[in-house]
Design a protein around this ligand. Structure first.
Ligand code: PEP
Ligand code: MG
Length: 953
């Protein structure tokens, strides 16, 4: 990343003209090994295309895209010209910043500089600077302003206690990039200051990046140190930036008006009282930037100049960013956005000029602001679409075969039902408020009718409830009032409706509560429905017969909501096989393919699809012969499963009499009866986090005990292997905030997290021990990576066990982290059992995110490296007389069963639907044959080789 340092600065340089200055710069860049000798011509060509003069005596010469291949390393060199160099048009440069950049890193530099560019008379100061240090200080600019806007305020956030409220405040600051990770922990150490009126104040300078103030109020009364806690200020303090705000706040408190803050029902009201940045209630419009190199100096200059032609205020912000809008007329502010190709810009204009200015500015941006632009792909892709998916693609042709990641087995045949959001264009200004109001009412009426139809047709209660919530949202009087205000200002029904919906959704999201964030998604969903109705864009009609749902990506809750009677199969552009959504699809028996690439989103709804969830293949508009063969295979598989199902209650023994236990993975007490009925000999993995997720708040000890009791009751004496709470990574708990992490999968998850919250872990352990009643209970800890973690968890459990005795208790760990597998010989002496979580073990061994859109197909648990770790684990366990289970998705893979049995795994734990099939597979094997196979598998080089070995068996 580009940063400014004193070593890059040479002061006291002279150059007779611009060419000489460029030569000096190029020589410096070459001498320092940043660029090849020919880079000078790149600098010259770039100046010929347009001056790089920025203002305030600064120019930023850089090469053209064609000369990027001459850059060896990204970097900058700064030359001070105290006598000035004429850069053309009478613009005098005192500081030339030569940039060698391989891509768009220079945008970051521009962002850094723009703080300084806001200063008056900077040019003269730069000219006079007598040392690199002094010059750097000038560039680093004036004291920063305190960040305080709507995004920094969270009203009525879910918080149980002071600690959680602090965490919420710190998180707002983190999201606004005022602080780095760890600020929450810093604040927890600081003594809070009571301000009176239920308001509290916390501040720190540690880990602060820029000054900012967050204000949060709890959703229910909280007390702290014996006093009410109704509102909390968290200040990321840097210099004097907060001084004015603090004075204002003191005056407010002296006037006895503190309650206005925590009683406020809108962020706007809080900002009005505190004097923060008010969101402008002005017409706005959005457009995606198509310029290849983002909004760099040249197009930015063009845009700022165009804006200056309008007599009124116009602002701009990144639609997906946290930063407040900045003036569109200021080149430096524009550059400070650091906007890249594909990012959506929001332009906001004073009502008096909006109707003229916005269309002109949008058109200019669309046309590239003086640059030739390649249009962006038309499919409205989510902002974080990976590059490989964002590239323009075409739909797979009829008769073609698409390879994807097999996520849930089974063959599904049906028409495609594509659910992708298309961008909808609409006018910003309306004909008249009366006409626009009438159009909106009509659209709302039609959408209301549609939703009522959906409610009637939905059989699942959870789905009906979602639509009922949508109806309530449509009738929300506050939304209607706000839309009407905008209509009166001359906006079109579409523009007024969408901006109100978007700001309501953003407000929900700013509360940083996962449940409310889901409401934001619901709001956007109805927002789009109404917009589509207004614009006459028809949504694809849900086919009558069972269909293949095609989406960009599905979340576990999306899959849980699907009606398997209507959805024959799932096909997604992104995702991986061990992502939790794929696990839910498997558990629900819906065949699924994931990670098929963006092209599948271009398939026309209604196109006949054939999806093979076992082999990972999608046939598009297959010929009748292929369809017939697939249908036959589907029927054969069904028959095989039927035959296996008849023997589901019998033990699984190999042909030479070796018994392997087949247990079930479950996530809720309600599922126990079903898995027993499906042939489970016990539960091999109770994912307790799913029980926690099913509650709106952390279930207390008694609630948990009742849940665990229900599971044990349902098992009728069969063993229960329970995993303690495993959250973090891709499994957040809505009510249990976890600090944002760069790499959540490598962060505080599983046992690491619960050991940090011993009260929660102890409550869970107590509930488990109490529920046992001498029935066989096995407790295991997720994500253990060291002996200390295991011992801490074990000691805690043993301590509680002295209070709550349990006769038949075993304690074990999950083997999900390579370090645990490698330490198995040490751990095996102390644990009662191991259970291998192959989903995570594979991800951590192969360094492939289990949900990665394109790589996860390679995250195959049959990789010999993963098998080696399982082998170490089993050998170590057996040497000490302990047993080993496998509870990851690999246990249910028909090709993996012989290998795992051959490695000596004693128990396989799979989803209820797979039990009969896995048992049938074990019965086909001999242990001797499986052992030989396993030894061969350990000796090959790839998962594909292992699969080939098994197929050839
Ligand atoms: C695993 O990692 O294999 C496992 C069973 O745990 P989860 O999939 O819930 O992370
Ligand atoms: Mg896991």
């Amino acid at each position: 990343m580009l940063e400014l340092t004193v070593e890059q600065i040479s002061i006291g340089q002279t150059a007779v003209d611009k060419s000489a200055a460029l030569r000096l710069l190029a020589d410096k860049l070459v001498a320092d090994g940043l660029v090849a000798a020919g880079y000078l011509s790149g600098l010259e060509q770039r100046e010929a295309q347009g001056s790089t003069f920025l203002g305030q005596g600064i120019a930023i010469p850089h090469g053209t895209p064609e000369t990027r291949d001459q850059v060896f390393a990204t970097g900058v060199r700064l030359l001070q010209f105290p006598e000035g160099v004429d850069w053309g048009d009478g613009q005098i440069v005192y500081l030339a910043i030569g940039i060698a950049a391989k891509s768009d890193e220079h945008l970051r530099l521009l962002q850094l500089l723009t703080r300084a560019l806001g200063e008056t008379d900077l040019g003269q100061a730069l000219r006079r600077a007598s040392s690199p240090q002094a010059l750097l200080k000038l560039l680093q600019g004036a004291p920063q302003e305190l960040a305080l806007d709507a995004q920094m305020i969270g009203l009525g956030v879910a918080a149980e206690d002071f600690e959680e409220l602090v965490w919420r405040g710190a998180r707002l600051l983190r999201q606004a990039e005022c602080v780095s990770n760890g600020f929450a922990a810093v604040l927890q150490q600081v003594e809070a200051l009571p301000l009176g009126d239920g308001l509290w104040w916390l501040h720190s300078e540690q880990t602060v990046l820029r000054p900012g103030l967050a204000f949060v109020t709890p959703d229910k009364p909280i007390r702290y140190l014996g006093q009410p806690l109704s509102g909390l200020f968290c200040l990321a303090s840097l210099g004097e930036a907060h001084q004015a705000l603090l004075e204002r706040l003191c005056a407010l408190l002296i006037d006895g008006r503190g309650q206005e803050l925590w009683r406020a029902t809108s962020t706007r009201a809080v900002l009005e009282v505190l004097g923060g940045e008010l969101p402008a209630d002005w017409p706005s419009a959005r457009i995606a930037l198509a310029n290849a190199h983002g909004l760099h100096a040249r197009p930015a200059k063009e845009l700022a100049q165009l804006a200056k032609g309008f007599d009124g205020e116009i602002r701009i912000r990144l639609a997906d960013g946290q930063e407040p809008a900045v003036s569109l007329k200021s080149l430096s502010k524009l550059l400070s956005l650091g906007a890249r190709r594909g990012q959506v810009l929001e332009l906001i204009a004073e009502p008096s000029i909006a109707a003229q200015a916005l269309p002109v500015l949008l058109a200019a941006i669309e046309q590239g602001l003086g640059e030739e632009v390649e249009p962006l792909p038309t499919v409205a892709a989510p902002v974080d679409v990976p590059q490989e998916l964002a590239a323009p693609v075409s739909a797979p042709a009829a008769g073609s075969l698409v390879q994807a990641v097999p996520a849930a087995p089974g063959i599904a045949i049906g028409p495609a039902h594509v659910q992708v959001q298309q961008a909808i264009d609409y006018p910003l200004r309306g004909e008249s408020p009366a006409i626009e109001r009438q159009r909106l009412q009509q659209a709302l009426g039609e959408v209301r009718e549609d939703i009522q139809g959906l409610i009637q047709r939905s059989q699942a209660k959870a789905i009906r409830e979602i639509f009922i919530t949508h109806l309530e949202m449509l009738d929300d009087p506050e939304l209607v009032d706000e839309v009407d205000t905008r209509l009166k200002q001359g906006e079109s029904a579409e523009a007024a409706w969408m901006s109100v919906i978007e700001s309501a959704a953003r407000q929900q999201e700013s509360l940083q509560d996962a449940l409310l964030a889901e409401r934001a998604a619901d709001l956007r969903d109805i927002g789009r429905r109404v917009l589509a109705q207004l614009c006459g864009v028809l949504a694809p009609v849900e086919p009558e017969q069972p269909y293949i749902l095609v989406m960009d990506e599905v979340g576990p809750s999306d899959v849980a909501r699907l009606d398997p009677a209507r959805v024959a199969g799932i096909l997604t552009a992104r995702g991986g096989a061990t992502a939790h959504s794929a696990i839910v699809a498997r558990a629900r028996g819906i065949p699924a393919l994931v990670g098929a690439g963006a092209s599948v989103l271009l398939i026309k709804s209604g196109t006949p699809l054939l999806l093979d969830g076992q082999r990972g293949r999608l046939h598009v508009d297959a010929d009748s012969h292929t369809l017939q063969r697939a249908a036959e295979e589907r029927d054969t598989r069904e028959q095989r499963l039927k035959a296996a199902a008849e023997q589901r209650h019998q033990q699984a023994r190999t042909t030479d009499g070796h018994a392997v236990e087949v247990f079930a993975n479950v996530g809720e007490s309600a599922g126990v009866a079903a898995v027993v009925e499906q042939g489970a000999e016990g539960i091999g993995l109770l994912r307790t986090e799913l029980i926690f997720m099913a509650h709106p708040q952390a279930p207390d000890e008694a609630t948990q005990e009742a849940e665990y009791r229900r599971v044990l009751d349902g098992l009728g004496g069969r063993p229960l292997v329970v995993r303690t709470l495993d959250v973090g990574g891709d499994k957040p708990l809505p009510y249990w905030p976890i600090a944002q992490e760069e790499n959540p999968f490598l962060g505080v998850r599983g046992i690491r997290l619960t050991l940090q919250r011993p009260q929660i872990m102890e409550a869970q352990l107590r509930a488990l021990l109490r529920s046992a009643d001498n029935r066989p209970l096995r407790i295991m800890f997720p994500m253990v990576g060291s002996v200390e973690e295991w011992r801490q968890a074990r000691d805690m459990t043993e301590r509680l066990r002295r209070e709550i005795p349990v006769a038949d208790l075993q304690l074990g760990i999950m083997i999900e982290v390579p370090s645990a597998a490698l330490l198995a010989p040490v751990l095996a002496k102390e644990v009662d059992f191991f259970s291998v979580g192959t989903n995570d073990l594979t991800q951590y061994t192969l360094a492939i995110d289990r949900g990665h859109p394109t790589l996860s197909a390679q995250a195959d648990g049959l990789h010999p490296a993963v098998l080696q770790l399982i082998d170490i684990t089993v050998r170590a366990a057996h040497a000490h007389g302990k047993w080993v289970g496998v509870c990851g998705e690999l246990a249910a893979d028909p090709l993996a069963v012989p290998v795992l049995v051959g490695l000596g795994v004693d128990e396989l734990s799979v989803s209820g639907r797979s039990i009969a099939e896995v048992k049938a597979r074990i019965r086909e094997l001999s242990l001797a044959q499986a052992r030989t196979l396993a030894q061969q598998a350990l000796a090959v080089g790839s998962a594909n080789d292992v699969r080939a070995l098994v197929e050839a068996m």
